[in-house]
Design a protein around this ligand. Structure first.
Ligand code: SAM
Ligand code: SF4
Length: 323
């Protein structure tokens, strides 16, 4: 079992399958963002991803999330997915949903949770925020509705809230959960290199909750998620949750490790510190040596995300880390 120096048990691994994406969300990968892509030869192969995940599972990881970039863009997605789904883990996926519909039959019954990112319910605004088309917007909606018809477990909708951008849609998103088995999770805007972050663009979750609470009675539910504070609303099929990574960080109970698309172990989303496991793999290290390196590294997991804004400039882009 992996424990860090603060006694936190690390049993959740988030894997970025690629830093490529079919969208260009303005807060994540804005056009003209100065930070480049990972060189193709440095991206982990399917075999390397599967092997590293196996090693993490042998160390007590019980939950794995596939993310990116856009994980469904990997040509060998099913190779990776099938390999990991054979392991004794709860397997989760985060996607922008554009390509999701065609993947649903293969994913059915095999995911613990499906997360779909959607920051607006307006097709026109969607095109502006993501650089995708209005058609892409309807593809995402269609995929969410189809997943629900196919009886996927509660679908989580990730919505990053940015001041002056989409904060006027909070109530529309709450309504989205009225007749759907979805958990809409409002996320604070976080800083990453070149993503146009500014403190003035952050809508604190306290404020979001206050605005929503004026119109809807929010009743807390516990134990649904480790990071979001979730609420039911009487008469609603879905839930509403808030992820306050900046104003209400969950560092004390953080159980997360991250594997970047080029095989580096990151101990904290908001810290630039990493350990290059790809190099070890390619230099011929065996599983025991990799296990030892992971055990040594996790001991240095930071207590909390101090200096978040200063660190952001030295950090990687979200797509490489795996959001
Ligand atoms: N492409 C997939 C997607 O959009 O769901 C997976 C990768 S994306 C980086 C994962 C999540 O990170 C998305 O829900 C996205 O909205 C969120 N995200 C990206 N940049 C962010 C930022 N600066 N602050 C908060 N959340 C962010
Ligand atoms: Fe792509 Fe997801 Fe980033 Fe948007 S948030 S640019 S969909 S990786």
């Amino acid at each position: 079992m992996l424990r860090d120096s603060f006694g936190r048990r690390l049993n959740y691994l988030r894997v970025s399958l690629t830093d490529r994406c079919n969208l260009r969300c303005s807060y994540c990968m804005p056009p003209g963002c100065p930070v480049g892509f990972i060189r193709r030869e440095n991206l982990l192969t399917a075999e390397e991803v599967k092997r590293l995940v196996r090693v993490f599972v042998s160390l007590g990881v019980e939950k794995v999330r596939l993310t990116g970039g856009e994980p469904l863009m990997r040509r060998d997605f099913w190779d990776v997915f099938n390999g990991i789904s054979r392991l004794p883990v709860k397997l989760n996926l985060t996607t922008n949903g554009v390509m999701l519909r065609d993947f649903l039959p293969g994913l059915r019954g095999r995911l613990h949770h499906l997360n779909v990112s959607l920051d607006t319910l307006s097709p026109k605004r969607y095109a502006r925020i993501t650089g995708g088309s209005r058609r892409d917007f309807y593809r995402v909606l269609d995929a969410i509705n189809t997943a629900l018809e196919m009886d996927f477990p509660l679908v989580k909708i990730n919505t990053v809230v940015i001041r002056g951008f989409n904060e006027d849609e909070l109530l529309n998103f709450v309504e989205f959960a009225r007749d759907r088995r979805v958990a809409v999770r409002f996320i604070e805007f976080m800083p990453f290199p070149g993503n146009g972050w500014g403190a003035d663009k952050v809508v604190p979750v306290g404020e979001m909750k206050e605005v929503i609470g004026r119109f809807y009675p929010l009743k807390p539910v516990r134990g649904f998620s480790e990071v979001s504070r979730d609420y039911t609303i009487p008469g609603f099929k879905g839930l509403v949750g808030f992820i306050g990574s900046l104003t209400q960080p969950f560092c004390d109970t953080c159980n997360r490790l991250r594997l970047t698309a080029d095989g580096c172990l990151k101990l904290c989303l908001l810290s630039p510190v990493e350990v290059n496991l790809r190099r070890m793999l390619r230099d011929g290290a065996d599983d025991d040596e990799i296990r030892e390196a992971i055990k040594r590294a996790v001991f240095f997991k930071p207590k909390g995300a101090e200096n978040t804004v200063r660190n952001a400039e030295r950090n990687r882009r979200m797509v490489a880390i795996g959001g």
